[in-house]
Design a protein around this ligand. Structure first.
Ligand SMILES: O=c1ccn([C@@H]2O[C@H](COP(=O)(O)OP(=O)(O)O[C@H]3O[C@H](CO)[C@@H](O)[C@H](O)[C@H]3O)[C@@H](O)[C@H]2O)c(=O)[nH]1
Length: 342
């Protein structure tokens, strides 16, 4: 087990919502220093003022630029790699940009961390990387492969690199929950893509807990997933509307967007076969088989047929009451509901 106390941690993409939540969490745990690597000086300045803590150090740079990554990793014990292009539509239009940031950038992060003697690197991935249908998911799938290849090719490295995968973070910037809230506040119809579409629901704090769990327990090339409930978008819309004081909202069905799946998968059944259950988490160890292909065909993997993918369709499904309950755990929702009651 690894300890975070007294450690120096670098966070790539550290000014985002994951970064801010992680920074708050780490500062409360007596870390020695936090290095924030990001591209946007204005966001860094805003964050510097907001936290006003001398343990925070800011590094301007880009994961595409290996030298800037190396600078941020000097004297660093751990790295949380959150920098990414993560919007599905923009990656659809500019897939080569997704490759540069999510694939080459991740490779730079891993190589720079290994060169700097970092002890552990956790790379953040997404459910959209499983059976990917869009460029964002495909580039994240390649990031995962980059992690696994590093672990396989460098069995004696001091640097443990692992992956966490999670689904939709509730209330994240640009996502559907704040959209439903805004529509409800303006008295507009709630726009639903496809009523039966399901998504995993996870809070930002839970994503931080998952990353911490990974870095405390990871062996090289491990993949960690947090178990999460899911709801359909129509249940989600109804739950948000009810919390906003509207029991029968107007709904407009707008149809599925480009690159969207009906259901998301957190673990494929091949991964489920190898997964160990760690309570709130699944851990999938690296497939350390060498490239002796005949072994695959002779041994086979018979259990695979009996096991199912872990999806937003077959996980714990929340109804409206259950969805309201988890929404009410979000500080943003608590504030809104408090205002609605006042
Ligand atoms: O007006 C809208 C917009 C979206 N949706 C639906 O709401 C769900 C969630 O949509 P959204 O919040 O936009 O999230 P996703 O498109 O699922 O992708 C998010 O979740 C991913 C993790 O799975 C992140 O990697 C992405 O950055 C993030 O945009 C989906 O089923 C959408 O079809 C609607 O019903 N109405």
């Amino acid at each position: 087990m690894t300890s975070i106390q007294g450690a120096t941690i670098a966070i790539t993409g550290g000014t985002g919502s994951f970064g801010s939540t992680m920074v708050r969490h780490l500062l409360a745990r007596d870390v020695a220093a936090i290095h924030i690597l990001s591209r946007d000086e204005a966001k860094q300045d805003e964050m510097r003022k907001r936290f006003s803590d001398s343990r925070l150090r800011f590094f301007l740079g880009d994961v595409r630029d290996r030298e800037s990554v190396a600078q941020a990793f000097v004297d660093t014990d751990f790295v949380f790699h959150a920098a990414a292009l993560k919007q599905v539509p923009s990656c659809e239009f500019f897939p080569e940009q997704a490759v540069k940031t999510n694939v080459t950038g991740s490779h730079n992060v891993i190589e720079a961390a290994a060169a700097a003697g970092v002890r552990s690197v956790v790379c953040l991935s997404t459910d959209k990387a499983v059976y990917p249908v869009n460029a964002m998911g495909m580039s994240k799938a390649l990031m995962e492969k980059t992690v696994q290849a590093f672990a396989r090719n460098h069995p004696h490295s001091k640097t443990v690199v692992s992956v966490t995968r999670y689904g939709n973070v509730m209330y994240s910037r640009g996502s559907v929950i704040p959209l439903f809230v805004r529509q409800s506040e303006r008295g507009e119809p709630l726009t639903i893509t496809e009523p039966s579409m399901t998504r995993f629901l996870m809070s930002l704090q839970e994503s931080v807990d998952l990353v911490e769990h990974a870095f405390l327990h990871a062996e090289p090339g491990d993949l960690f997933v947090r178990k999460a409930p899911a709801s359909t978008v129509s249940v989600l819309a109804q739950a948000v509307a009810e919390l906003m004081g509207d029991a029968s909202p107007d709904i407009r069905v707008i149809g599925t967007r480009h690159g969207e799946k009906l259901h998301e998968t957190l673990l494929s059944r091949e991964e489920m076969v190898k997964a160990t259950d760690q309570g709130d988490y699944f851990r999938v160890p690296l497939d350390a088989r060498s490239l002796e292909y005949e072994l695959y065909f002779e041994e086979g993997e018979r259990e695979v047929v009996a096991v199912q993918d872990y999806t937003s369709e077959n996980t714990t499904r929340l109804d409206v009451a259950g969805t309201k309950e988890i929404l009410l755990q979000l500080p943003e929702m608590q504030k809104l509901v408090g205002m609605a009651l006042a």
